[in-house]
Write a protein that binds this ligand. Sequence first.
Ligand code: KIV
Ligand code: ZN
Length: 382
Amino acid sequence: MEYVEIFDTTLRDGEQVPGCKLDSKTKLIIAEQLDELGVDVLEAGFPISSPGDFKAVEDISKLMKNARVCGLTRAVMKDIDVAAEALKSAKRARIHTGIGTSDNHIKYKFNATREQILERAVAAVKHAKSYFEDIEFYAEDAGRTDNVFLAQVCEAVIKAGATVLNIPDTTGYCLPEEYGAKMKYLKENVKGIEKARLSCHCHNDLGLATANSIAGVQYGARQIECTINGIGERAGNTSLEEVVMILRQHPYLNLDTRIKSQMLFGISQLVSESMAMPVQPNKAIVGANAFAHSSGIHQDGVIKKRDTYEIIDPKDVGVTQSSIVLTARSGRAALAYRAKNIGYELDKLQLDKVYQQFLLVADQKKEINDDDIPKIIKASNI
Ligand code: KIV
Ligand code: ZN
């Protein structure tokens, strides 16, 4: 079994989303929980971007017990100096520096040439290396970067001292096959690649961030950059809880993380409440309906044996139990189960009568709750 490192960027790529801004006290609470959750690297902010971000990185650096603390920079010397200052108290610090490498970024963002970008990348990594051993380089828009040039950049920054190579699909454009093939190409064509860890950083513009990250690790990457609840720029980033549980549910991949999955639901709620960003009910792993069963056939199956319709034990992600939701689509098994839970044992004849009454009420109400059940039983005159 090999470990895939989890690089959490909830407090950087996640927090930069409009409306998600956190005060410094809340950032520290979330950082502490992420450390406890077992993330390997915590990207605490972009220190040069504002005094608030600088302070967050500084405070989180002092607080982390296990996670490496990472600060983002552009390939700009001043950015790197400021990040190094913010990170100086961290037990284990990482500078995350980089530059756009796609032709689009080179031409329109930098009005530069590939050669100039390569030089700036190398200079930034060398400068960052004068502060810390652990340097991650990001090739922004790597998803749309020509693989031959990307490999050239990767080779040059490894020589300059980069220990992690982040291959971001910044615009969420890649297909899983394509993103996996990119990792494979780099593994096979970059000299010195064994000295660095490849990292997936995927955005969700086409809903493929999780699939792309998994494809990336299947083809050799050993770090995934992600956020709690998948929050992040535009349609978001790869969702931490999804990649962690995918690797855990598929042991034949021989890949796992150090995440304490039982904490996932709690931390999802904490981030959602702190940022006032509701989690969609059908969100995988942590959504309110992720372990709720409402159709009669599914309810009957789950009541007989949970794994007929569930591939994850809810307790493994910190959800107390699966729920059997009573609606007009529910069957007798679900009604009997819920009635029994609140103390009503119904025999077959009684259940038939109560069920007819239940359907009348359920057609009028979206959901039947525990308080409705005694009233339904009483009205059915059993
Ligand atoms: O999406 C991206 O390319 C990024 C980089 C700054 C790492 O967030
Ligand atoms: Zn990003």
